[in-house]
Design a protein around this ligand. Structure first.
Ligand SMILES: *Cc1c(COP(=O)(O)O)cnc(C)c1O
Length: 480
């Protein structure tokens, strides 16, 4: 055991003892969570394993500090150390992504998108409107001014990728605030190929003339050409916002470069920090100089006090992502997704778009006679953690679905490579081939219940255990 491993092990053992002295059941659940994560094949495309250094950074007294405002301009006294860690997080983000400006405060991906939406509205609508009305700032507005400004703000258009094509619910989906605060339309993918059709998208943009064009996805297994996206945005006078929550790690690791790197092309880029980027649970906004002053108003516009302990952990994670090893990791994530896809295709499985060139694979399970929900739960019985996901024009809707989304970031962190991902595909196909839809209480076909063949779960768990043992999670972490 290395010195660092020994330190990590004793840090966690002792921390759990301290926690157990107050509420032992929380300490026990925390231990159990590690055991469960160690013992299952995690293929959830939005999850990963952050390093012990990142995790330990979150458990400190920075959590106790209020720091509303921005670096050097806080509404609270005594923020000098928060200033240090927030500046470090922003500096690492700017260097890593080549961004002009970075805002490290958003608590999550959804919060980053809210900051982006409102700062784009402030920049594009509020500023010019104030000037026209002859007011220096919002404090000078009269009741009539407010009424007129609200009308302007509430009358804007957003064009985003539809949920069933792989977009995110914050990109204009009806039940989300983005679908309520904007007049929204959605673009989809070609029904034949499952690929983005930029000509169709451009035609839609010309007709709809959105203020904001949102690019980015949670379940689209292909790369996006952000140079083309920017051309479309420029042609219709839209602000291009790219939500790279899922694939930020591939951007950071220089797997996506040139036209596939959103940062040089977008006005505003939002992200999470805990998915392929492998940092703490949180969000971040990158922007051009032009948009920086309005993004900087995220607090108090839509955010309260920043999570200083998480900003500190973002600084640590971004420092890790600037090490050369992160590029190797990101390339391996993409290579492994290819291995997984090939593993499915050679076994006759049906993949949306016929494959992948990012970190995720979308498996259509209808050829096994199953819904996504049945496949998801049958796989979970066999120790394989995935999530069900709609496929384009899904006949089973967003609850039952017809797909399973699989991502490689987490198992790549454990050290899985080509052979393991081929084996993972084999095990998944084995489970799905041996699962059958169950019946409802009334005797009809069920979209939820299923019957898994005798011994299938146990056999798959055994095969997984061997791989999981060969690639342990937090190998140096030995809990007493
Ligand atoms: C995951 C995700 C989000 C939301 O992130 P949270 O941290 O869960 O709020 C936003 N946008 C996209 C594209 C995502 O994939």
């Amino acid at each position: 055991m290395s010195d660092l491993d020994a330190l990590t092990s004793s840090a966690y053992s002792q921390a759990l003892e301290v926690i157990a002295s107050v509420e032992p059941r929380v300490a026990e659940a925390t231990r159990q969570e590690l055991a469960d994560q160690r013992g299952s094949l995690k293929l959830i495309a939005s999850e990963n394993y952050a390093s012990p250094a990142v995790l330990l950074t979150m458990g400190t007294w920075f959590s106790d500090k209020y720091a509303e405002g921005t670096v050097g301009h806080r509404f609270y006294a005594g923020c000098q150390n928060v200033d240090t860690v927030e500046s470090l997080a922003a500096e690492h983000a700017r260097e890593l992504f080549g961004a002009e400006y970075a805002y490290a405060q958003p608590h999550s991906g959804i919060d980053a998108n809210l900051v982006a939406f409102w700062s784009i509205l402030a920049h594009r609508i509020e500023g010019p409107w104030l000037e026209k009305a002859g007011r220096k700032n919002v404090n000078e507005l009269t009741e009539e001014d407010w009424e007129a400004l609200r009308k302007e703000l509430g009358n804007q258009r957003l064009l985003g990728m539809s949920l069933d094509a792989g977009g995110h619910l914050t990109h204009g989906f009806r039940p989300n605030i983005s679908g309520k605060m904007f007049h929204q339309q959605q673009y989809g993918t070609d029904p034949e190929t499952g690929l983005l059709d930029y000509d169709l998208l451009a035609a839609k943009a010309r007709e709809f003339k959105p203020l904001i064009l949102v690019a980015g996805y949670s379940a689209y297994p292909r790369r996006v050409n952000f140079a083309t996206m920017r051309e479309i945005a420029d042609e219709v006078g839209a602000t291009l916002m790219v939500d790279m929550a899922h694939f930020a790690g591939l951007v950071a690791g220089k797997v996506f470069t040139g036209d596939e790197d959103p940062v040089p092309h977008a006005h505003v880029v939002t992200t999470t920090t805990h998915k392929s980027l492998r940092g703490p649970r949180g969000g971040m906004v990158l922007a051009t100089e032009e948009y920086a002053p309005s993004v900087d108003r995220g607090c108090p516009m839509v955010l309260g006090g920043p999570l200083s302990h998480v900003m500190a952990a973002k600084a640590v994670a971004l420092a890790e992502a600037r090490q050369p090893g992160f590029r190797t990791y990101a390339q391996q994530v993409a290579d492994n997704a290819k291995s997984l896809a090939e593993g499915f295709l050679t076994r006759g499985a049906d993949l949306v778009t016929g494959g992948t060139d990012n970190h995720l694979v979308l498996l259509d399970v209808s050829s096994y006679g199953l819904t996504g929900r049945q496949a998801e739960t049958a796989l979970l019985d066999a120790g394989i953690v995935t999530n069900r996901n709609s496929v384009p024009a899904d006949p089973n809707g967003a609850w039952y679905t017809s797909g399973i989304r699989l991502g490689t970031p987490a198992l790549t962190t454990r050290g899985f490579g080509h052979d393991e991902f081929d084996r993972v595909a084999e095990l998944i196909v084995h489970v799905l081939q041996n699962a059958q839809p169950g019946t409802t209480k009334a005797g009809g076909p069920s979209k939820a219940s299923y019957v898994l063949g005798d011994g299938v779960a146990a056999k798959v768990k055994d095969a997984s255990a061997e791989m999981l043992e060969r690639h342990p999670l937090y190998p140096g972490l030995d809990l007493a």
